[in-house]
Design a protein around this ligand. Sequence first.
Ligand code: AMP
Length: 281
Amino acid sequence: MNIVNTIEEVRDKVKSWRKEGSTIGLVTTMGYLHEGHESLIKRAVSENDKVVVSVFVNPTQFGPNEDLKTYPRDITRDGELCESAGASLIFNPEPSTMYYKDASTTINVKGLTEGLCGAKRPVHFGGVCLVVSKLFNIVTPDRAYFGEKDAQQLAVIKRMVRDLNFNIEIIGCPIIREADGLAKSSRNAYLSKDERKAAVVLSKSLECGKKALNSGERNADKVKKIIIQKLNSESLAKIDYVEIVDSLNLKPVSNIDGNILVAIAVYIGKIRLIDNFTFKI
Ligand code: AMP
């Protein structure tokens, strides 16, 4: 697999591909790749001539007490997965390559970043928007692929792309899950055996919520209560949030109508996991 570390190498590659008339897809990741990332890469490969995968544990999107230092890393394995999925290039920069010491530009997508994970992780989306826009400027892709697992991130990126006139199509891809329903995540690697078993309660609780919606429940508080009850049945689970919001503006709803997003964040032991589903009336 062709793995490069500098912005110049990416720009040279992109230039030669553009000369050939190739289209370019981008998948941005923090590495420790799994089948969720693989599904994005394969989708990108099927829709573009060349695919760049960025592998970068982005320091600006981690809060001071978060897991930046311990975030799992394995670039050799990531290279193998990208190769077999058909990617053309991995961009794996050092933080010093991505950020000037005296960088002074920030990106703030207002409103959409204030609730859900943004309320709990105040610096997170600023860091995500900054790194994603830098990667957009370095790779200049035609299309970029993001997982619906990070539903708020997807909504924020779409808004940023619209507001800043990036000429890039943003494509959302479905959540890939383990056989028992747990959404795949690099952070699942942190879970002990017992925690891994307990973590299935996230998707199970969402199934309970979906069942209530399918049987006609339209009161958001009642649906949330059903999800919370299921989560509380697992002693290793500690709820961070359970929210039902409008899919587009991410504002909480009380009566369920139109397109909604049901999103949860739950600690299993010390590990914070997220999951969600969308529902359309
Ligand atoms: P990350 O490496 O966690 O920053 O994720 C990189 C990209 O992969 C993001 O667009 C995520 O939403 C996406 N992703 C992560 N896990 C999954 C999953 N289980 N299913 C689909 N996409 C995912």
